[in-house]
Design a binder for this molecule. Structure first.
Ligand SMILES: [Zn+2]
Ligand SMILES: [Zn+2]
Length: 138
């Protein structure tokens, strides 16, 4: 009689003492996964009873929690989208006004900077001309 090696302990077992995971199809010794020979017989008899190994069951749990996270994220994104796309929402109007104010403020600052530079150069020139005049006066 051929034997099958268990996926968890790699130990050999007779086929009737082995169950296959319904997801990954890996063979496990029933002693290793706490399945009675009665349960193993039901699984083998194709009665519809299936067994899932620990790894695949954990994977299923992980996928379910990921699904929940994805659904929550999708809701957040949709909420943000509707806020941004609504043209008459008070929020987006206030936001637009803020942006206009900021743009105006930045433009004003740039102008002021330019004024200072021009003024500084002017002052420098005046000083020079004053000095020149003073020298000329001497
Ligand atoms: Zn084993
Ligand atoms: Zn599995």
């Amino acid at each position: 009689m051929s034997v099958i090696n268990c996926s968890c302990c790699n130990g050999p077992a007779e086929p009737h003492k082995i169950v296959n995971c319904c997801v990954c199809n890996k063979p496990y010794k029933i002693d290793c996964v706490n399945i009675s020979s009665g349960e193993a017989r039901k699984i083998h008899s194709k009665s519809g009873l299936t067994w899932t190994c620990k790894n695949c069951a954990q994977l299923g749990n992980d996928i379910n929690s990921l699904k929940k996270i994805i659904i929550a994220l999708q809701n957040d994104i949709n909420e943000l989208k509707s806020k941004m796309l609504a043209p008459d929402a008070t929020n987006s109007q206030a936001h637009l006004l803020d942006v206009e104010k900021i743009v105006q403020e930045v433009a004003d600052r740039e102008k002021r900077k330019f004024n200072i530079v021009v003024f500084g150069l002017k002052e420098d020139k005046d000083l020079k001309t004053n000095n020149d005049q003073l020298n000329a006066d001497k």
